[in-house]
Ligand binder design. Structure first.
Ligand SMILES: *[C@@H]1O[C@H](CO)[C@@H](O)[C@H](O)[C@H]1NC(C)=O
Ligand SMILES: *[C@@H]1O[C@H](CO)[C@@H](O)[C@H](O)[C@H]1NC(C)=O
Length: 416
């Protein structure tokens, strides 16, 4: 395992400076008013008419295409393509990179910082052909060939379906358009679905390499008090509260649910972002404001229940229908089948970056994940540990370029 040691020092020094800066700006104030609630900004949140390209990309002088992909189970997903950097791309064939966000956010979450600081544009400026995924249910991916988001059937999926349908559809599409294998970047749930998919060999020869930021697979050491209480409640109460349909974080049932959780002893939701993701070292308060205006996004309640099962059961397995006979009906077995992460091809180039303060991707859980890679080819696995980083620093950290994204770029360039 090639550990990038030099970075640790760099990360610490960089974070110190930025933490001082961000602290001085008192970021707490910026979202302190969101006590126990994401809904405070309700009035401000209209889906940008211009879409992600129009609102966040072309305004900075980059080309950007809005595309759509239909999954085998009928979801119409929005996809953005930034084919080249700001200064153009010349005649060279640029390698495609697919960027997959996590749960409760969408593709726009990558664009909240300046073009010099955000991952898609840094990749585009480094000669990559960049594709941004938007998971089913998020604001630009709420169409279906026959269903409507107002119908519970539209929300009858968990991250199993992202593995079975979303990723393969997007990979097929990007490969079809570019005729090349794909470098993948995932954050959070975007790492879990990728790992599950790789373990089943689903993407086969369409995948070239993968960078996993804030990886989640095992979740049993999750330290966020809110997360733990939520996970326990999700498995039981939430389905009766919200029903197995849309999990809309800004809607009243979810707000009530959150308020109830925040009243639990030991759960401090004063700063909800920290309560969920850990103490992020390096966020810009203006960016956090933008984040709260644009996110969180909907997902399915079934997906949240499935994630909660992952927290509770400590295994990476398919959705548990809660009763042996139901599981038999779906899987032919009383227990949901496990995704065996040791089946991931040992020669798949992997870059894993995780943070010391990440409450969702806890260091002990990352160790469990890395243990699944103990037979991975030594020269195909790079691991980066960033002591001061928490979950959101990987997407919005003001110093993420220097600490993480430049490493991602070098990692991908090393595969070509
Ligand atoms: C924080 O965001 C504001 C507004 O986008 C920007 O002007 C400022 O330069 C950012 N600060 C850092 C350290 O990136
Ligand atoms: C997982 O896969 C590895 C490697 O293919 C195999 O040795 C191991 O027995 C599998 N574990 C389970 C629980 O199936």
């Amino acid at each position: 395992m090639a550990v990038i040691n030099g970075l640790l020092g760099l990360a610490a020094a960089g974070s110190f400076w930025f933490c001082a800066l961000v602290l001085a700006a008192q970021p707490q104030r910026a979202y302190g008013s969101n006590r126990g609630s994401f809904g405070q900004n309700k009035g401000l949140v209209a889906p940008p008419e211009a879409g992600i390209c129009g609102s966040s990309v072309t305004v900075y002088g980059y080309k950007c295409q809005e595309l759509e992909v239909t999954t085998q189970d009928g979801y119409i997903l929005s996809l953005q393509r930034i084919p080249e950097g700001r200064v153009g791309g010349g005649e060279n064939k640029r390698p495609p990179v697919l960027i997959q966000h996590g749960v409760l956010v969408d593709g726009m979450t990558w664009f909240l910082n300046s073009p010099e600081q955000n991952l898609p544009m840094i990749l585009a400026d480094n000669g990559f052909d960049v594709w941004i995924a938007n998971t089913r249910g998020t604001r630009f991916s709420r169409r279906h060939t026959s269903l409507d988001p107002s119908q519970p059937a539209f929300w009858d999926w968990s991250w199993d379906e992202l593995v079975t349908f979303d990723l393969p559809a997007i990979f097929d599409f990007v490969c079809g358009q570019t005729g090349q294998k794909i470098d993948y970047v995932g954050h959070s749930l975007g790492t879990l679905i990728a790992l599950a998919s790789f373990s089943e060999g689903k993407l086969g020869n369409q995948l070239k390499s993968a960078a996993l930021l804030s990886p989640i697979a095992y979740l049993s050491h999750m330290t966020t008090a809110l997360g733990v209480v939520a996970a326990k409640s999700f498995v039981g109460e939430i389905t009766t509260l919200v029903g197995l349909s849309e999990f809309y974080p800004k809607g009243e049932p979810v707000q009530n649910f959150l308020n109830a959780l925040c009243a639990y002893p030991g759960v401090d939701c004063y700063d909800l972002l920290s309560a969920l993701t850990g103490i992020n070292c390096c966020l810009n308060s203006s960016t956090v404001d933008l984040f709260l205006m644009n996110e969180p996004q909907s997902t399915s309640t079934k997906n949240m229940v499935h994630l909660s099962q992952t927290v509770r059961d400590g295994v990476v397995a398919k959705y548990n229908y809660g009763r042996p006979d139901y599981n038999v009906m779906h899987y032919g077995e009383a227990r949901p089948p496990v995704y065996n992460l040791s089946n991931i091809p040992r020669d798949l180039p992997l870059f894993v970056s995780y943070g010391g303060r990440d409450a969702l991707s806890d260091v002990r859980d990352v160790m469990l994940l890395l243990d699944d890679f103990k037979f991975h080819d030594v020269d195909k696995l790079s691991v980066q540990f960033i002591k001061d980083y928490a979950h959101a620093d990987f997407i919005m950290g003001v110093n993420a370029k220097d600490i993480v994204y430049n490493q991602v770029v070098s990692f991908f360039k090393g595969q070509h």
